[in-house]
Design a protein around this ligand. Structure first.
Ligand code: GL7
Length: 822
């Protein structure tokens, strides 16, 4: 009886778990039950957090049955599983997601209502799981939800950071970073799997066995322990697993040291383990660089691969069938060390020869590239790599020798090209190039928008693409319509369904039916009323957070995303200053009233990004205090942008700012969220904006500025921002005001260097695009003045975003990369 868990129980007559009812009375009773027996509290003393936990546990019970059924079914079918390896999962809150996908919203509201608790109130208490920086991490979260929704058996693998993305506060307009503590009240969604743990090694030396096979003796060893969160698909069709690893010491306490009186030294291992899964690196598209980051990358890659191979061997018993049963997707280069780790496991643990292992590795692994920014392409100093992962370094040299041999054998590459394809960068300090490692170890390398994929072929991977021409392919990003329409904008979702029918959540293309009512005055009125309600709600949030009153009938013009020079928040602010000047010079004109909203975090070490936040706040302070512009212009920077704030801001936007320097934003996904919620886009021909224009129609989107080719041309042939600035009176005046301290009277030089950067080099083409951008903004004003036209355009935007559902993206991965759907 003690061994029951490991025994074959098929012929035992075990009682089955009681199926969980979704009757509101039953739900209410269960909530009280959890409160009493799990939390140990009486209803009369329960805090709102206790009610939330009890409600989550009740919802989780309803998920578990479907979860086990999904797992059993995959096992029975002997199907292929998808493994999505990502350093980041930017999930946000899970309560509303799970309840809507289980279709229990009404029932839970009623059940909690019976207990005198409001669902809408307690779900606001749930902390955001902010285990990611921005688009890349949020994409991983949308993909997890879509894989469950389109019924693909999948596991997400990542790190259970104790502190996720930092909390941003503003102090006198400056960003202040504070640790985020999402686990403070525990996490009722997760299941700790103490039995699922793997040893992770670092450092040490290699004992040679024979030509291929080696034994690595690491100097440091830790446990990776699994925590599982169920991810519910639409209508709970399937429930998949997000498995996050936490590092644990193997020796929690070195008693010998402790007894010697070295109390800190005795805890050394614990502290080192803790550091591994302690905190998310807050660098967005900029490399972290430190040894701890490489340790984190290896830690979660190794744990995930050991788990994948363990599951494969337990079911199929033969390592060589791995590529038929497992598809491993690397989300950017962060898990690229997986290529070497899989090789090590196949050779040193499963005793395969190098050639067989290499063939299996390439057929199993695929890699998604998310950025072309040269500074974001990860590389590690060879000495650091060698010291932490000596066996992997050895394997990388061996892989490299083979790749370079293949390159030379074609006879088409010169020495410089071969050097560019090498896994080792030999310029200056020798470094391991993680992008090249991921490329050569994968059968598929995909970009995230059509433009980005083409640029990948022409730039970073030009020669590797020539050598392996069948590998690069495109998978344009998408967003889940459950979170980004149904949950965040129930008004628009319900209105749409009157026209489209009920299928839109499983088939976003059905939104197309809204086209037929785009010009209908009565429909426009209802559509506008929903937008207005969303804006009223956001106005409330703005007032509560920063004490600023804004007029909800004004145009809400929103730019929310990480602060980065290539995203050009600076251009938006400079244009705001120019507009402010214009309004003051021509108060008699009929200005379209605007509220310019900004939010986003800056990487802690990114000086200019932090200065841009301060500038937005300085400009806001001056503009908002000026009685001359009071009725037509307001500026606000909302602190601590996160998924939950996005869920309030996106549905309230009239205008979406997607104004990156063309060629630099790989895709963007915020752009898609806004358009689906009926905002017009002002944007450049960058990333997925290009495809959005094709789907929405050029007449329904406001495009301006240089193309990617024109940007490249200007950079190559040199361009003089001073000339451009001199030729633009508006820009000249705005820059002069900023650099002379009009917005920073207490520190007149604050923005001198920032503006000097624009005058001297202007790498991001702010000056070059300024006039075109300002003119496009005046076009926007013109459309706003013709409300029926604006509403028709906004409706057509929402109608035509079907292609950008992450269900479509995931089906393409499933068919064209993973081979799990036909
Ligand atoms: C990003 C891109 O910058 C962004 O354009 C893209 O939408 C996202 C998802 O593919 O990936 N790449 C990157 O390094 N980060 C991104 O958000 C941080």
């Amino acid at each position: 009886a003690l061994l029951r868990g490991q025994m074959d129980t098929t012929d035992m007559n075990l009682p089955s778990p009681t199926p969980k009812s979704s009757d509101p009375a039953r739900l209410a009773a269960d909530i009280v039950d959890r409160l009493t027996y799990r939390i140990g509290k009486d209803a009369t003393v329960a805090t709102p957090d206790d009610w939330l936990t009890a409600a989550v546990l009740v919802v989780r019970d309803r998920v578990v049955e479907r979860w086990m059924e999904s797992t059993r079914e995959t096992y029975r079918r002997e199907g292929k599983r998808v493994y999505y390896l990502s350093m980041e999962f930017l999930i946000g809150r899970l309560m509303r997601d799970a309840v809507t996908n289980l279709e229990l919203v009404g029932e839970m509201q009623e059940a909690l209502g019976e207990l005198g608790v409001e669902l809408d109130l307690i779900r606001e208490l749930e902390p955001d799981a902010a285990l990611g920086n921005g688009g890349l991490g949020r994409l991983a979260a949308c993909f997890m939800e879509s894989m469950a929704s389109v019924d693909i058996p999948a596991y997400g693998y990542g790190i259970r950071y104790q502190n996720g993305m930092f909390r941003q506060e503003l102090s006198d307009g400056w960003q202040v970073e504070l640790p985020e503590t999402w686990l403070e009240h525990g996490n009722p969604w997760e299941f700790e799997r103490r039995e699922s743990r793997y040893e992770i090694g670092f450092g040490g030396h290699i004992e040679r066995d024979d030509a291929d096979n080696c034994t690595w003796k690491p100097a440091e060893r830790f446990w990776a322990e699994a925590f599982d969160t169920p991810i519910v698909g639409w209508k709970a069709k399937r429930v998949n697993t997000l498995r996050l690893w936490r590092a644990e010491p193997i020796d929690p306490l070195e008693l010998e040291a402790f007894n010697r009186g070295d109390h800190m030294g005795a805890l050394q291992d614990s502290m080192k383990a803790e550091a591994l899964s302690r905190v998310l690196y807050p660098a967005d598209a900029t490399p972290a660089g430190q040894a701890l980051r490489l340790r984190q990358e290896f830690f979660f890659s190794s744990a995930s691969l050991q788990d994948i191979l363990r599951r494969h061997m337990a079911q199929f018993g033969r390592i060589t069938s791995l590529p038929e049963k497992a598809a491993i997707q690397l989300n950017d280069t962060h898990p690229a060390v997986s290529v070497a780790e899989l090789m090590r496991l196949l050779i040193d643990v499963h005793n395969l020869d190098f050639d067989t292992a290499w063939d299996i590795t390439k057929r199993t692994i695929a890699y998604t590239n998310h950025t072309l920014l040269p500074e974001a392409l990860e590389s590690w100093p060879v000495p650091l790599f060698e010291q932490l992962l000596p066996r992997h370094m050895q394997l990388i040299y061996k892989i490299n020798a083979r790749v370079l041999r293949e390159a030379r054998a074609t006879g088409t590459f010169d020495d410089a090209q071969v050097a560019g394809m090498s896994l080792i960068d030999e310029h200056g300090e020798r470094r391991v190039r993680m992008g090249n490692l991921a490329f050569v170890g994968a059968h598929s390398i995909n970009g995230v928008s059509g433009l980005h994929t083409e640029l990948m072929k022409e730039t970073v991977f030009k020669d590797l693409h020539k050598l392996y021409p069948l590998r690069i392919n495109n998978k344009t990003n998408g967003i889940t319509p459950r979170r980004w329409l149904m949950q965040c904008n129930p008004g628009l979702y319900n209105l749409s369904r009157e026209v489209t029918g009920d299928s839109i959540m499983s088939d976003l293309d059905a939104m197309k039916a809204l086209d037929t009512v785009a010009e209908d005055a009565a429909f426009q009125e209802r559509f506008a009323a929903i937008k207005r309600a969303n804006k009223d709600r956001l106005a409330g949030v703005i007032e509560k957070r920063i004490g600023l009153k804004v007029d909800p009938s004004a145009m809400f013009d929103i730019q929310i995303k990480r602060i980065h020079e290539y995203k050009r928040q600076l251009m938006n602010i400079v244009e705001t200053v120019a507009l402010y000047d214009q309004i003051r010079s021509h108060p008699e004109r009929a200005w379209a009233p605007r509220v310019k909203l900004f939010a986003g975090k800056a990487a802690s070490s990114y000086h200019n990004a932090k200065l841009i936040i301060k500038l937005a706040n300085d400009v806001a302070r001056v503009v908002n205090a000026d009685p001359a512009t009071r009725d037509v212009l307001k500026v606000a920077f909302l602190p601590n942008y996160n998924v939950s704030l996005a869920e309030v801001m996106v549905p309230a936007a009239d205008l979406s700012e997607q104004i990156s320097t063309a060629g630099m934003e790989a895709s963007g996904t915020g752009n898609m969220k806004f358009a689906l919620n009926g905002a017009l886009t002002i944007g450049t021909l960058d990333g997925a904006n290009v495809e959005m224009r094709e789907h929405i129609g050029a007449e329904n989107i406001i495009i301006f500025g240089l193309t990617a080719a024109e940007v490249a041309e200007k950079r190559a042939n040199g361009y003089s921002p001073e000339e451009v600035i001199a030729a633009s009176p508006e820009l000249s005046q705005a820059l002069k005001a900023i650099e002379s301290g009009v917005f920073s009277p207490e520190d007149r030089n604050r923005y001198a260097d920032l503006v000097a950067g624009l005058r001297m080099s202007d790498w991001f083409m702010v000056a070059a695009d300024f006039d075109s951008y300002a003119a496009a903004q005046r076009d926007v004003d013109g459309i706003w003045a013709e409300q029926p036209r604006w509403q028709a355009m906004a409706i057509r935007n929402a109608a035509r975003m079907g292609y950008f559902s992450s269900d479509r993206t995931i089906r393409q991965y499933g068919r064209e990369i993973w081979n799990v759907i036909n």
